[in-house]
Design a protein around this ligand. Structure first.
Ligand SMILES: Nc1ncnc2c1ncn2[C@@H]1O[C@H](COP(=O)(O)OP(=O)(O)OP(=O)(O)O)[C@@H](O)[C@H]1O
Length: 617
C-alpha cells in the first residue's frame, strides 16, 4: 500500500540547501557573495527610513566628521607653528598661539565625543531596523514554525539578538570613517602633490594597494571564525538555558555531572574558536599596525626628495623646520587616512561574519515563504470540513514515510479520534491535517481560521489571567487585527468548566493581593510565575479553557489532556462537545472514544483503518 507519488516533496534541510547554497569557500570569501549580502543588509536599512531622513543622517554624519577633520588638521598644524615661534624666540606670538592651541584642542575633543555618540546612536537605530525587519518576516504565519522545525539554520534567537546587535554597532563604527575617507584622500593627495610632486601621492597609493592586498588574504579565515564563534556561543547559551529550563528533571535524575561535562564541552568549543580567532586577528593586527608605522618612514622619504633636490635651499633653519613639520603632517595624514581604511578591514571581517549569519537566516525565510505561497491547504474557504485526499505523510526530511494514501474527511459534527502505537505518526497526521506540514503527495483542505490546535505541552504566556485565557487575542487566521478578550462573566464560567474555579483565590493568597475577582483577572504575571503556580494538568486545563472561549468549529487535540485525571478529562471533553466544537483528537485512552464519531487507526507500513465509532464500541 506504500505509494511513491512524489508530486510534491517537502523541503529537506540538508539536501535542498546543499543544491542552492554556496560552497564553504564561497561562504566566507571576500567576493561577490559578501557584497551581495551587504547590499541586502543596506537595502533593509535604507528602506527602514525615509530618503530625506537618511540623507539628513548621512549628510550630518559626513559634515560632522569633515568638521572634526578640519579641527584635527588645525591641531596638526600647531607643532609646525610652535617650531617657528620657538625657533624665532618670538614671545609676542607665543601666547596667542598657546590660546589658539587650547581652543582647537577643546574643539577636537568635543567633536570626537559627539561623533562617538552619533555612531553609537546610529548603531542602535540600525539594530532596531534590522531586528524589526526580521521579526516581521520570521514571526509570521507558518514561517517561524517551518524555520525552527526544518533546523537548517542554527541558533535563530542568537542571530536575531546578538548577531544583529554586533553587526549594527560594527557598521556604525566603520561607516563614518569610510564616508569621510574619499574626501580626506582627495584633499591630502592635492596637498601632497603640490609639496612633493606626483611621485609623493603615487608612492603612497602603491603602498596602500600592497597593504590592502596583504590583508585580503587573511580575511576569509577570520570571517569564517567570526561565523563559527557566534554559532558556538549560541550552542553554549542553549545548553545553559536548558539547565535552567529542566532544572527539576536534571535534579531528580542527579544529572548534574553529565550536564556539567556537556556545558564545559560547549564552553571549550567557544574558547577554542576564540583562541583561533585571536591568533588570526593577531596576524591581521600585525599587518595593519606595521603598515601604519612604516607609513611614517615612507612619509619621511617623500619629504626628503624635494629637500635633497634643492627645492628649499634658500630657506632659514627655523623656516625649514617648520616646512618639514608641515610637509610631514600632510604626507603622514594621507598615509594615516589610508591606514584608517586598512584598519577597517579588521571590522569588515566581523561585519562579513555577522552579515553571513543574518542574511543566511533571511535566505532560509525566503525559501520557506516561497514554498508557503502555494500552500493551498491553509485557509480553505469551506469551513465545514477538513479533507485529506490521497495524502502521504512524511517526516520533514522526507526520509520516513508515515502514512500513505490517506483519505479522510472530518465534517463539522463528526469528531475523529486518531489512535495507534507510539511513533506511528499520529501527531504527524495532525500537523498535516492542520496545514503545518505539507503532504508529500495528495491534497489537504483545511479552514485554518476555523481550527485550533492544542499540543500535549500547554502553552502558557505572560500577562493577566484574562490575557492567558484570551490568547492569542485574535481569532485564528483573522487578519483584521481586531482583538477580543474574555469578559468577567465568561472568565468565571470558563474556569469553573475546566475545574479551576478556585484559581483566582489561590493566586491571590499566593501573592497576597486583594482577592476581588475583577482585580485579580487583570493583574499581570510572568510566565515563570504561571508555570510555578499551575501544575502541568492545570496548564492543560487553561489551554482547554481558551478553546472553550474561542469556540472554533474544529479543535485538534494532541493528547492535550494527558496530565488530567479521568474525571477531569471526561468533564472537559464533555464541555468541548457541548460547546459544539468538532474534535480531531489523538489519544491512547479508550475512554475518549465515545466523544468521537470516527476512528482513524494508524497501522505499520503506512497503512490505516477508518471506522465509525458506533461499530467498534
Ligand atoms: N520534526 C520531525 N522531524 C523528523 N522526524 C520527525 C519529526 N516529527 C516526528 N518525527 C518522526 O516521525 C515519527 C512519528 O512521530 P509522531 O510524533 O507523529 O508519532 P506519534 O504517533 O504521535 O507518537 P506518540 O504516540 O509517541 O506521540 C517518529 O519516528 C518521529 O521520530
Amino acid at each position: 500500500m506504500l505509494t511513491t507519488n512524489t508530486a510534491f516533496q517537502p523541503l529537506m534541510p540538508e539536501e535542498d540547501t546543499a543544491a542552492k547554497q554556496p560552497t564553504a569557500k564561497q561562504q566566507y570569501a571576500v567576493g561577490l557573495l559578501m557584497v551581495r549580502r551587504l547590499h541586502r543588509i543596506f537595502a533593509v536599512l535604507l528602506a527602514s527610513q525615509t530618503p530625506r531622513y537618511i540623507g539628513l543622517g548621512c549628510g550630518g554624519l559626513l559634515a560632522g566628521k569633515l568638521a572634526s577633520e578640519i579641527v584635527f588638521y588645525y591641531a596638526g598644524r600647531l607643532p609646525s607653528e610652535f617650531y617657528k615661534v620657538l625657533g624665532d624666540k618670538d614671545l609676542a606670538a607665543f601666547f596667542p598661539l598657546l590660546l589658539r592651541c587650547m581652543v582647537v584642542v577643546a574643539a577636537a575633543g568635543t567633536f570626537r565625543a559627539a561623533l562617538d555618540y552619533a555612531a553609537a546612536a546610529l548603531g542602535v537605530m540600525m539594530r532596531s531596523a534590522l531586528a524589526t525587519h526580521t521579526h516581521k518576516r520570521y514571526i509570521s504565519a507558518n514561517v517561524f514554525y517551518n524555520t525552527v522545525s526544518r533546523g537548517a539554520v542554527d541558533n535563530l534567537d542568537q542571530r536575531i539578538t546578538q548577531d544583529v546587535e554586533r553587526l549594527s554597532s560594527s557598521i556604525a563604527t566603520v561607516l563614518p570613517e569610510l564616508l569621510v575617507a574619499p574626501f580626506m584622500i582627495a584633499y591630502y593627495t592635492v596637498r601632497c602633490w603640490s609639496m612633493a610632486g606626483p611621485l609623493g601621492p603615487l608612492s603612497i597609493y602603491a603602498y596602500f594597494v600592497i597593504g590592502a592586498l596583504s590583508t585580503r588574504a587573511i580575511m576569509p579565515p577570520i570571517i569564517r571564525n567570526v561565523y563559527h564563534q557566534e554559532r558556538e556561543e549560541g550552542n553554549l547559551r542553549f545548553q545553559e538555558v536548558r539547565i535552567a529550563e529542566f532544572a527539576e528533571s536534571i535534579a531528580f535524575f542527579a544529572g548534574e555531572d553529565r550536564e556539567r561535562i556537556a556545558t564545559d564541552e560547549a564552553l571549550a568549543r567557544v574558547i577554542g574558536v576564540q583562541h583561533t580567532l585571536l591568533r588570526r586577528r593577531f596576524w591581521l593586527g600585525l599587518i595593519t599596525q606595521v603598515f601604519s608605522y612604516l607609513g611614517a618612514t615612507v612619509s619621511y622619504v617623500i619629504i626628503a626628495v624635494p629637500i635633497f633636490m634643492g627645492k628649499y635651499k634658500d630657506k632659514s633653519g627655523s623656516d625649514l623646520s617648520s616646512i618639514i613639520s608641515m610637509n610631514a603632517f600632510v604626507s603622514m595624514y594621507l598615509i594615516y587616512t589610508f591606514s584608517v581604511v586598512i584598519e577597517q578591514t579588521k571590522k569588515m571581517a566581523d561585519i562579513a561574519g555577522y552579515t553571513a549569519r543574518i542574511v543566511q537566516m533571511w535566505e532560509e525565510i525566503d525559501r520557506i515563504e516561497s514554498t508557503e505561497e502555494d500552500n493551498e491547504a491553509v485557509n480553505d474557504d469551506d469551513d465545514t470540513r477538513i479533507v485529506a485526499e490521497d495524502v502521504t505523510v512524511c517526516t520533514p526530511s522526507g526520509k520516513q514515510q508515515l502514512v500513505s494514501a490517506l483519505n479522510v474527511e472530518v465534517v463539522a459534527g463528526r469528531s475523529l479520534i486518531i489512535t495507534g502505537p507510539n511513533g506511528i505518526g499520529k501527531t504527524s497526521v495532525l500537523r498535516t491535517l492542520c496545514g503545518l506540514w505539507r503532504p508529500a503527495s495528495g491534497r489537504v483542505r483545511v479552514p485554518r481560521r476555523a481550527v485550533c490546535f492544542l499540543p500535549q505541552t500547554a502553552y502558557i504566556v505572560s500577562g493577566s489571567l484574562r490575557e492567558q485565557l484570551s490568547y492569542p487575542g485574535q481569532q485564528w487566521g483573522d487578519d483584521s487585527g481586531s482583538v477580543r478578550v474574555c469578559g468577567d462573566a465568561d472568565l468565571a464560567q470558563l474556569l469553573s468548566a475546566v475545574g479551576l474555579a478556585q484559581l483566582v483565590s489561590r493566586i491571590s493568597s499566593a501573592t497576597g493581593a486583594a482577592a476581588a475577582d475583577h482585580l485579580a483577572y487583570d493583574r499581570p504575571y510572568s510566565v515563570r510565575f504561571w508555570l510555578k503556580v499551575l501544575s502541568p494538568g492545570e496548564q492543560q486545563k487553561i489551554s482547554i479553557a481558551r478553546v472553550l472561549f474561542w469556540r472554533p468549529r474544529f479543535a485538534v487535540l494532541d493528547e492535550c489532556t494527558s496530565a488530567l485525571d479521568s474525571a477531569a478529562e471526561a468533564s472537559v471533553y464533555q464541555a468541548l462537545v457541548d460547546a459544539g466544537i468538532t474534535l480531531v483528537s489523538v489519544s491512547h485512552r479508550q475512554s475518549l472514544l465515545k466523544y468521537h464519531k470516527m476512528r482513524l487507526d494508524l497501522l505499520p507500513q503506512g497503512q490505516y483503518s477508518l471506522t465509525p465509532i458506533a461499530s467498534t464500541l
